[in-house]
Design a protein around this ligand. Structure first.
Ligand SMILES: Nc1ncnc2c1ncn2[C@@H]1O[C@H](COP(=O)(O)OP(=O)(O)OP(=O)(O)O)[C@@H](O)[C@H]1O
Ligand SMILES: [Mg+2]
Length: 226
C-alpha cells in the first residue's frame, strides 16, 4: 500500500531532512508522525501526498513507484488520496460546500451523486459547519477552515488520508470529532497517517508512531510511548 525504501530528502542544503527512511503501511493502518518543529514531518507527508519526490530511495503508493510512474497512474494515485496540508489551502472565493464538492469531483466522481452530496452535508453537520455551508471560505476562522480541509479530504472516500497537524487549531470537542472520523475511516480500510504534536491525542488514541529526529525515523509499531 505505502512503502518507503531507503528514502532520503534534501533541499538546497546538503543536510538531509530525511535520511534513509524505511516504512511499510497496509490497508487500514493508522500511524502518527511525530517529531519537533523542523524534524521533517511535513516533508514526509508531502511525499506521501505526491507533492514532492524523494531525492534518493523508492517511494511506492498503491504498489506504484511514484518517481517512475506514468502521468495517468500518478493522477489515479492522487484521486485515491485525501490530503490535509498544514497550510489548509481552501479556495477563498468558493463556498465551503463548493470547496469540498470540487475536491470530490477532482477525485473522479464525474457528477455529484445524491450520495456524495449527502456525505458532504453529513460531514459539515458532524463538524459544526452546517451554518457556514454557503459562506465563502475567506470568512472562516482558522479552526473552521481546518475542519473544512478535513471534510474536503474525507468526502473523497480516499484509500489514504495524509493529515498534517489536522487538529492544531481545534478545541477539545472538535479534536475528538476529527479523531473519531479518522478512526472510522481507518476501520473502513483507509490508511491514515497523521502528523501531530498533541500528546493528549496519542495518549487517548494509542496507535503506532514514527518519531523523526535528525533525519532518522524511530518506529514504535505496537503503540506510541512518545
Ligand atoms: N521547500 C523547502 N525548501 C527548503 N527547505 C525546506 C523546504 N521545506 C522544508 N524545508 C526544511 O526542511 C526541514 C523540515 O521541515 P518540515 O516542514 O518538514 O518540518 P516539520 O516537522 O513539519 O515542522 P513543523 O512541526 O514546524 O511543521 C526544515 O529545516 C525546513 O526548513
Ligand atoms: Mg510541518
Amino acid at each position: 500500500m505505502i512503502s518507503l525504501k531507503a528514502v532520503s530528502k534534501s533541499y538546497s542544503d546538503p543536510n538531509r531532512v530525511l535520511d534513509h527512511i524505511n516504512l511499510e503501511l497496509k490497508r487500514g493502518d493508522f500511524l502518527y508522525v511525530l517529531g519537533g518543529t523542523g524534524a521533517g514531518k511535513s516533508t514526509l507527508l508531502r511525499m506521501l501526498a505526491t507533492e514532492e519526490t524523494p531525492t534518493q530511495g523508492i517511494l511506492s503508493l498503491f504498489g506504484y513507484p511514484v518517481s517512475a510512474t506514468s502521468a495517468s497512474t500518478l493522477q489515479g494515485i492522487r484521486r485515491s488520496l485525501g490530503y490535509i496540508p498544514q497550510d489548509i489551502r481552501l479556495i477563498p472565493d468558493l463556498s465551503v460546500y463548493d470547496n469540498i464538492a470540487l475536491s470530490v469531483s477532482l477525485a473522479g466522481k464525474r457528477s455529484m451523486t445524491a450520495q456524495s452530496k449527502a456525505t458532504i452535508n453529513s460531514l459539515l453537520d458532524r463538524l459544526g459547519l452546517s451554518a457556514k455551508r454557503d459562506k465563502p471560505a475567506s470568512v472562516l476562522s482558522g479552526g473552521e477552515a481546518q475542519r473544512v480541509a478535513v471534510a474536503r479530504a474525507l468526502a473523497r472516500s480516499p484509500e489514504l488520508i495524509v493529515a498534517d497537524e489536522p487538529t492544531g487549531a481545534q478545541d477539545q470537542e472538535f479534536t475528538w470529532s476529527l479523531m473519531d472520523l479518522f478512526l472510522r475511516a481507518s476501520l473502513g480500510g483507509t490508511t491514515v497517517v497523521i502528523a501531530t504534536h498533541d500528546k493528549e491525542i496519542i495518549r487517548r488514541v494509542p496507535k503506532p508512531c514514527a518519531v523523526l529526529k535528525g533525519g532518522r525515523m524511530l518506529l514504535e509499531e505496537a503503540y506510541c510511548t512518545y
